[in-house]
Design a binder for this molecule. Structure first.
Ligand code: PEP
Ligand code: MG
Length: 765
């Protein structure tokens, strides 16, 4: 194969398989295209069927297609088995001569002498084998081998996704049937939810339309027709408005659009689907996506461009369909909200009493929406990339927020087990209520103040209800996120006053605006290639002193007469940055005194330790401020170089990593060496097992979401500080996060709080 053609062939193959509708289509396109690109006589795919432990002949070009899906071989049999078992390519000039050669009867491979097979591997799992064969005896050259390996690596992801997604609805004898399925994601917020799904979609997004049946076919057809007429009118108006400025070709384009909206074109196809009972939005989305797939595989640049027109037209119609359908949506009594990328404002759309669970197709366990969900105590699964969410509208699902799984149509036995865990949870919560007014002290009388992280309005009541002793992190960006512009100084003062007043005289630690990373304000978008290493936290506010100054002024004004405010600075990575921020705070304070003519107290200021540089400069920072507070969410991400928002690397985002634990110990030691208090406000503080270790390390305050507070209190009231230190000593000799995690789970059991260990339902599924 010519090197220069490789990239182009590869690109086309990947593009085509990506637009194929289902698993079989993916495989069929792949074998067709690979055979053509490599100029071989045969190309086949053998897929591993895990339940059978066999490799199934799944698609072919060049062998007998009648046998597809009907023959298979044991996982270690034949040349294909060799490739799968050894997880490496096998390139043979004379296949029959190989010791493992085994003829699969019927498929017609006798004639083919040369064999090149490569494994298809996705996330360390062998999904199957991709094979090309040739009659003429020749050894495939290095380029061929490299090409096939490259194709296979790219195919793997597409195949895995198609396999996992599948269709949850099959039509058998005209009856809709649902298969049972479990979809994997990332644990977002613990708990079990059993409820009905509501799909939340961004406006006019053709790819996120839920599939539904319509209530009244005739009404739906009329409604669709009205929307088409509205779009046609828009197009004509556009034509009239620009008639003098449009060149004839552009005028012609408007005619093309109008033509596409005719009954015998797009609109007709959609109408036919509606007549079969689909709702208009779903029918439209299917028709448009199908057309886009056809256009996108065309090599003609002009025709490819037409795909953009079809998409544009589709979105215009969808916008009409959706706006006419808008208005307050009715949510089921037990709503599990599902969306491609859930945001804080989407959560706010569902009445809180109806919302029992969340599933986000994108994002990971420390995405901010997951943090909010934990604080609200709503079981959540993040990064459920294979969930065919548009097919799930209004279905009952079980959500396992401990393990990050979503179950569709589960067996009665499984349902029963989840129901039992759910009931156990309710009981545990009730039992924990009794701890509300008890102090958090170890069995040998060491006190550990438990504070809360807040942001939403509702956090106040929840926190007080659970016996919080202060606020260790008030995420001020949350009220900013729920608005359409920056809140004014007075608006901010009122919001902050409410927090301070609700908790007074307990301390409230307000963090200055921390946007960037995965938190972007709709009215202040920050678009960067590398947002977590970019303009975020203090970097943004130092560049915008007008935002920073207004915020700290509002905080200090709100503190008047109360005196329980602490200010905390996020993402500090150097001394000059800290000094600059402190100077602005002092300036705002001086100005306020002059302006108001009263002597306002200067609040205690602290620094968040959340980047590795801050770990090494903890002493220098501590000298300049009143306290340090570790943001372990970001600190873990930066120490381990693992994006907290990326589901693909969620399993190596390990807060129990020995490097993280060592950093945590160093920060507390260094802070104390300067006589400062050191707290921790990342999610780790709310993990009962980690709370034992943090107590032993000497942390002065643990700040967590209100949901976890009673759990942490239970564990700390069940253990002595001496035992906690013994456990820490052992943990500090361990070399892997998994080992530490398992050791600490056992420690919880030994402490008699096994109910706090995460249930492992996955094993029985
Ligand atoms: C942290 O990074 O640990 C933290 C508490 O801040 P946030 O999660 O808001 O980034
Ligand atoms: Mg942070």
């Amino acid at each position: 194969m010519m090197r220069k053609n490789m990239l182009e062939s590869l690109r086309r193959i990947v593009q085509e398989v990506n637009t194929a509708g289902n698993l079989q289509a993916v495989l069929d396109v792949a074998v067709l295209r690979v055979r053509r690109a490599m100029g071989t006589e045969v190309c086949s795919v053998y897929l591993r069927e895990p339940s059978l432990g066999r490799l199934v002949f799944s698609a072919t070009q060049g062998l007998n297609k009648d046998f597809v899906g009907k023959v298979s071989m044991a996982a270690n049999e034949g040349l294909v088995g060799q490739v799968a078992g050894r997880e490496e390519p096998l390139n043979l000039e004379h296949a029959e001569a190989h010791a493992a050669f085994l003829l699969m009867p019927g498929i017609g491979e006798e004639r083919f002498s040369s064999f090149l097979g490569v494994p298809i591997i996705h996330q360390r799992q062998v999904l199957g084998v991709l094979v090309v064969q040739q009659q003429e005896r020749r050894r495939f050259n290095e380029d061929d081998e490299a090409f096939l390996v490259t194709v296979s690596a790219q195919l793997a992801g597409v195949i895995a996704h198609a396999q996992a997604t599948g269709s949850i609805v099959t039509l058998e004898a005209g009856q809709e049937k649902h298969r049972s399925a479990r979809f994997r994601g990332v644990a977002g917020a613990p708990g079990i939810a059993i409820g009905e799904t509501a799909i939340i979609t961004p406006f006019a997004d053709l790819y996120a339309v839920p599939m539904r049946r319509c209530k009244d076919i005739d009404e739906e057809r009329d409604f669709f027709r009205e929307c088409i007429e509205a779009v046609k009118e828009d197009m004509r108006a556009l034509g009239r408005k620009f008639s003098r400025r449009l060149v004839p070709q552009e005028q012609a384009l408007i005619d093309v659009y109008l033509h596409m909206l005719d009954d015998n074109a797009l609109a007709g196809e959609v109408d036919a689907r509606i007549s079969r009972g689909e709702w208009a939005q779903g029918a439209l989305s299917k028709v448009i996506i199908q057309h886009l797939r056809t256009f996108e595989t065309m090599s003609d640049e002009y025709l490819k461009e037409r795909a953009t027109d079809v998409k544009d037209l589709g979105r215009r119609i969808l916008a009409y369909l959706q706006s006419a359908n808008s208005g307050p949506k009715e949510y089921p009594a037990r709503t599990i909200l599902v969306g491609e990328e859930l945001t804080a404002s989407m959560l706010a759309e569902v009445p809180p009493e109806n919302l029992v669970g969340l599933v986000s197709i994108r994002g990971s366990s420390n995405s901010h929406v997951a943090i909010l969900a934990r604080s609200m105590g709503i079981p959540t699964v993040m990064g459920a990339v294979d969930l065919p969410f548009t097919q799930l509208e209004g279905r009952e699902i079980i959500l396992d927020g401990y393990n990050g799984h979503v179950y569709f149509n589960p067996s009665a036995e499984l349902y029963g087990r989840f129901q039992a865990i759910y009931e156990g949870e309710q009981q545990l919560s009730k039992g924990l209520e009794a701890l509300k007014d008890l102090p958090c002290i170890t069995t040998d009388d060491v006190r550990m103040p438990l504070w809360v992280n807040t942001g939403l309005q509702a956090d106040i009541a929840r926190s007080l209800d659970r016996g919080a002793e202060g606020v260790g992190l008030y995420r001020t960006e949350v009220p900013f996120l729920l608005r359409e512009r920056f809140p004014s100084e007075e608006e901010q003062r009122q919001i902050y006053r409410e927090q301070l007043q609700a908790f007074a005289p307990m301390p409230v630690t307000m963090r200055t605006l921390d946007v960037g990373g995965d938190k972007s304000l709709p009215y202040f978008p920050i678009e960067e290639d590398n947002p977590f290493l970019g303009w975020r936290g203090i970097r943004v506010t130092l560049d915008h002193p007008e935002i920073f100054l207004v915020q700290v002024r509002a905080m200090m004004k709100a503190n008047a007469g109360l005196g329980n405010l602490q200010i905390m600075l996020p993402m500090i990575s150097s001394v000059p940055e800290l000094e600059e921020a402190l100077e602005l705070i002092y300036r705002a304070h001086d100005e306020l005194i002059v302006e108001l003519g009263v002597d306002l107290e200067i609040p205690v200021v602290g620094v968040m330790v959340e980047v590795p540089a801050a770990v090494y400069q903890a002493r220098e920072f501590a000298k300049r401020v009143g306290f340090l507070s570790v943001g372990s969410n970001d600190l873990t991400q930066y120490l381990l170089a693992v994006d907290r928002n990326n589901a693909r690397v969620a399993d190596i985002y390990q807060a129990y990593h020995p490097a993280v634990l060592q950093a945590l110990q160093k920060v507390v030691d260094d802070g104390h060496a300067e006589g400062r208090k050191v707290s921790i406000c990342g999610e780790l503080a709310g993990d009962p097992a980690a709370a034992i270790l943090l107590t032993a390390m000497g942390y002065d305050v643990l700040s967590m979401n209100a949901t976890n507070l009673p759990r942490v209190k239970l564990v700390l009231r069940s253990i002595s500080s001496v035992r906690a230190r013994e456990l820490l000593r052992e943990v500090m000799t361990m070399e892997s996060a998994h080992q530490i995690q398992a050791f600490m789970e056992q420690a919880l059991i030994d402490t008699g709080v096994q109910q706090l260990v995460r249930p492992q339902v996955a094993e029985i599924a």
